[in-house]
Design a protein around this ligand. Structure first.
Ligand code: GLA
Length: 779
């Protein structure tokens, strides 16, 4: 290994020296940045990267400089930025680097503000961004293999990277710019093991002009997957640096240690508690990395907002909120949080000789806006485009649409009550008979069926499908939107449909015909109101009275909202307002309690309203039948955060629709159980896709003091976890978590990732049993 490593250093050094040579051609006097034997070297001096993540796409362009100044004043010397392929190439071959996508300008401002840049162009980025940044138009190829060497994916991915290099190569430190390092892909090890795929991307990036070090990031448990010695490895973790860096040293015995993503908080999903992060742990771990000379990137330093329809969906299906506050040191609106000042005073102790902390910039003015009535109304059914007539309905991509809604219409004959069923629903299907809502198909519980009432006359059946973000993580990023055919009624396939495209884009909004709002509870509709402003400033539009939909102000799409929370406000940057008349448009798929809105001076990020959910009960009561079945496996998990892969060699194969992990006790002897990740291995020993998976049963989950939801155990993110109750109650073992795989599967084993972090974290399971079968529960 030492021999290999010295070869690597020579490789990285020769690359860098080549770079220094080229830059002398550049206008700006060049700096040098290399990966040294033990540390990063900036101009030949040890350099500890104190980095923080900010996404240009999630901050109004007018505020980029303010946020970068705020980050620098916190003590950061580097900012890390993702690019989102789907934002940059909205159509195959059409690149758009304008407006919020002009990350080159973001980098230039960073340099002007004294910050270096780490660039993360993808092609896949994750980041709770729609489809992880992959363009929806790739989904037009039904059997495309995303994030592989499938040429139908790799071809466009390479074209995109060449375009990225064309724009960003001149901004590298080797050419007088601020970019120190560039990432290849994102946490590929959590998705696959094909190092040659990473090699193809790396080669394209080098050939197209990137000559700074290229690196790859992964969580500790996936560092080995797809590893290549010619990509500098960094490790992502939320706590426990010692353990995480120990995992990194297993593949990278010498060289600077860097945490590519260090989480001060976490992202929110609709219907789950707001994430608060663990500040004492965050500060303690930051201190330990600073003191040990380890480099890090705080993910997120400033989260901002996922404007537009760009918010993603956590797997298997947990739609992300549009607020991306992330409990970051710099809040969604750019305010320094207590964590900001704690971080600043910590980093201040580790400045380089002669380095000083700049003054904090001022924050933007904030205004409150008195309540106003949204008095204009445009019903969705009254503003339909020309339909497309088809025999069998397809998904959105088939009609060349990637986002928004799609209306499926057919006529049903008179008849008795009957079950309407689709092969799948991505994501919410609001079902209407003659314009009256009769139910909702809901992907959260994989419910693509609905009992229709009897009809004494022929009736128009409308299924209004709302697509929320494409899943942004795992195999499930292949996520075509709409209804999955066949659609049947009482088992008979329904053919002959009209399809209405509702992309919620600017041209659709421009075509809406508004009228005075009717009384009563109208159906899905757009509402419009006007506010006269003489004082401008940031504000938070209060959406408490509204149901579920999308909001625009002066043509800017602020994002999605949903009354179940946790977010109850939409951040409205003052730079998008103007003196005088300002227009608000709200699409509400459910209908408001009352069409009123106002602007608050504070956001509401942590207010759940499960009682408002059109899905009455996420966990419909079920009867547990474990007493009557034998476990297929019993065992004990070792201490520590390492992932465990268990193969049922003895009793292979087992088959079943339900998979149950039952904890009998915990390593620390306490009553709690927690699981970071649970994968089920199919007959081929590989992880099964989580698509269509739901939680069939869980005896206990903490959802008051933190988001310990059971879904966290199957979302692919090792930093989130299922945790049994501890705030208002502490039920003891045994604890059961039962997954509904959606259909009977052949199972050869499972992969368990314990709760991550240091030795003191609670919930690490010791003895356990595994049950597999079709009758572990009965409804
Ligand atoms: C991962 C990804 C990031 C982001 C975080 C969670 O580690 O690399 O893009 O999704 O998780 O916020």
């Amino acid at each position: 290994m030492d021999q290999l490593f010295s070869k690597l250093i020579t490789l990285w050094l020769s690359l860098a020296s080549f770079a220094v040579f080229t830059s002398s051609a550049g206008a700006e006097p060049a700096h040098t940045f290399v990966i040294g034997t033990n540390s990063f070297l900036l101009d030949g001096h040890d350099f500890q990267i104190r980095c923080g993540e900010i996404h240009a796409a999630r901050v109004p362009r007018e505020y980029w400089r303010n946020r970068l100044q705020m980050a620098h004043a916190m003590g950061l010397n580097t900012v890390c930025a993702y690019l989102f392929w789907n934002q940059i190439e909205p159509e195959r071959g059409r690149f758009d680097w304008s407006g919020q996508a002009d990350v080159m300008e973001f980098c230039r401002i960073a340099q002007q503000e004294g910050l270096w840049v780490i660039l993360r162009p993808g092609p896949y980025s994750c980041a709770e961004w729609d489809e992880g940044g992959l363009p929806w138009w790739l989904l037009k190829i039904p059997d495309i293999k995303l994030r592989t060497r499938d040429p139908r994916y790799l071809g466009p991915a390479k074209d995109y990277l060449r375009e990225v290099a064309r724009q960003f190569a001149p901004l590298q430190i080797t050419h007088g710019g601020p970019i120190l390092m560039v990432q290849v892909e994102n946490e590929y090890g959590s998705f696959g093991t094909d190092a040659a795929y990473m090699g193809e991307l790396r080669k394209t990036m080098l050939e197209s002009g990137f000559d700074v070090p290229l690196f790859a990031c992964n969580p500790p448990s996936d560092l080995k997957h797809g590893w290549r010695p010619d990509l500098f490895p960094v490790v992502n973790f939320g706590s426990g640096p010692a353990k995480a860096f120990a995992s990194l040293r297993e593949i990278f015995p010498q060289g600077p240690l860097m945490c590519g993503e260090f989480y001060p908080g976490w992202f929110d999903t609709w219907g789950a508690p707001h994430h608060l992060g663990n500040t004492p742990q965050y500060l303690a771990d930051l201190q330990s990395m600073l003191a040990s000379g380890e480099s890090f990137s705080i993910y997120m330093a400033h989260g901002g907002t996922t404007f537009g329809l760009w918010s993603g969906t956590d797997r298997p299906f947990k739609p992300d909120t549009s607020s991306y506050d992330y409990e970051a040191p710099i809040s969604e609106a750019g305010w320094p949080q207590p964590k900001y000042f704690q971080t600043r005073s910590l980093l201040a102790k580790y400045l380089l000789p002669g380095e000083t902390l700049p003054e904090m910039p001022s924050t933007n003015p904030v205004i409150a806006i008195p309540p106003l009535e949204m008095s204009e109304y445009a019903s969705l059914f009254g503003n339909l485009p020309e339909p497309i007539s088809v025999s069998v309905p397809g998904t959105m991509e088939a009609y060349d649409q990637g986002h928004g809604c799609l209306l499926y219409r057919t006529t049903l004959p008179a008849g008795p009550s009957a079950m309407l069923e689709a092969a799948g629903i991505h994501d919410f299907g609001f079902v209407f008979l003659d314009g009256k809502r009769v139910g909702v198909m809901d992907r959260r519980v994989a419910a693509a069926k609905l009992l229709l009432p009897a009809r004494d006359h022929a009736a128009v059946l409308d299924i209004l499908v709302e697509a929320v973000g494409h899943v942004n993580f795992g195999q499930e990023v292949f996520d075509p939107k709409g209804l999955y055919a066949p659609l049947t009624l009482a088992g008979q396939e329904l053919v002959g449909w009209q399809i209405f495209k509702l992309p919620l884009d600017d041209s659709m909004l421009a075509g809406l015909k508004f009228q005075n709002a009717p009384g009563g509870t109208p159906g899905p509709a757009f509402w419009r109101g006007h506010m006269q402003l003489d004082q401008l400033g940031d504000t938070f539009l209060d959406l408490h009275f509204w149901g579920k939909g999308v909001i625009w102000v002066n043509g800017h799409c602020l994002g999605r909202y949903w009354n179940i929370g946790p977010t109850q406000t939409a951040y409205l940057p003052g730079c998008w307002l103007r003196p005088g008349d300002n227009e608000i448009v709200i699409l509400d798929l459910l209908g408001p309690e009352r069409p009123e809105i106002c602007g608050l001076a504070e956001p509401v990020l942590n207010e759940l309203h499960p009682e408002k959910d059109f899905l009455p009960d996420h966990r419909p009561p079920v009867k547990l039948n474990l007493a009557s079945v034998a476990p297929v496996f019993t065992g004990s998990f070792p201490p520590g955060p390492a992932a465990q892969e268990i193969h049922f060699s003895a009793s292979f194969p087992v088959a079943g629709r339900y998979f149950c992990l039952q904890s009998l006790n915990a390593r620390d002897g306490k009553p709690y159980a927690a699981v970071a990740e649970l994968d089920v291995l199919g007959a081929d020993g590989k992880s099964l896709s989580h698509d269509g998976w739901t939680i069939a049963y869980v005896d206990s989950e903490e959802r008051v003091a933190e988001d310990g939801s059971a879904e966290n155990a199957i979302d692919g993110q090792t930093a989130s976890f299922w945790h049994t109750e501890w705030k208002n109650a502490s039920p003891g073992h045994p604890h059961e978590l039962i997954l509904d795989l959606g259909k009977t599967q052949t199972i050869s084993g499972f992969r368990y990732v314990p709760r991550q972090g240091g030795d003191s974290v609670a919930g690490r399971i010791k003895d356990y049993r595994i049950y597999v079968g079709d009758n572990l529960i009965s409804k």
